[in-house]
Design a protein around this ligand. Structure first.
Ligand code: ZN
Length: 206
């Protein structure tokens, strides 16, 4: 569905667009808001796996994610990927996208998979093999056990042993590291990481 107003600033989406963009564009952001989201495509290493972040984790992305995930502003979903998907398609290379786990309770409240909606324009194969313990199971764990992030994995069907691990933000990396450990327990070691946003310090810009 073509929208007429920017999903972030609510201005007319056609402001500042040339006729070509108006005719062919499907962006849900106006050009001004789109320019706030500049892809950096910076690579990083985590637990021996190569990773790629699309954006630097800055105030804009933080605010947009808050509006999308916490305020459940689902219309923002198509805004997160860059307009050109070529680089991401090359990086994903038809590997299935394994979505990092979010708490089941949060998901039930929201009623939608926030990560799945974000990556929809890439038409990927999406899998949800990871899960966390629910709250009653958490209570049976010791204090020390509860401090460590424990992520479990259920067997999943995929033709490829090569996978992409996807999450929206990588701050400490602890969730992704726990996912990598879980994947290795079932023999999957060819893992690439893709995140929407990450702090850029200690990272190699291409
Ligand atoms: Zn705007």
């Amino acid at each position: 569905m073509q929208t007429t107003h920017c999903q972030w600033c609510d201005q007319s989406i056609y402001l500042g667009q040339n006729p070509y963009q108006i005719f062919f564009g499907h962006d849900v952001l106006c050009p001004k808001c789109r320019s706030l989201l500049k892809p950096v495509y910076a690579s990083f290493q985590l637990e021996g796996c190569s990773g790629l972040t699309i954006y630097e984790y800055d105030q804009t992305i933080q605010d947009m994610l808050y509006q999308y995930k916490t305020m459940q502003d689902i219309t923002l979903a198509p805004a997160f990927l860059p307009v050109s998907l070529l680089k991401l398609k090359l990086y994903i290379a038809r590997r299935p996208l394994l979505m990092a786990p979010s708490s089941l309770n949060v998901m039930k409240e929201r009623g939608f998979h926030t990560l799945d909606r974000m990556v929809k324009p890439l038409h990927p194969q999406i899998l949800h093999p990871f899960y966390r313990l629910d709250q009653s199971q958490q209570k049976q764990r010791t204090y020390i056990q509860r401090q460590s992030i424990e992520i479990h994995i259920k067997p999943f069907q995929t033709i490829s042993k090569k996978v992409i691990l996807f999450d929206d933000v990588c701050i400490t990396g602890s969730t992704l590291i726990a996912c990598i450990h879980a994947l290795k327990t079932i023999g999957i070691t060819d893992i690439r990481i893709l995140v929407l946003a990450k702090h850029l310090k200690h990272m190699v810009k291409p």
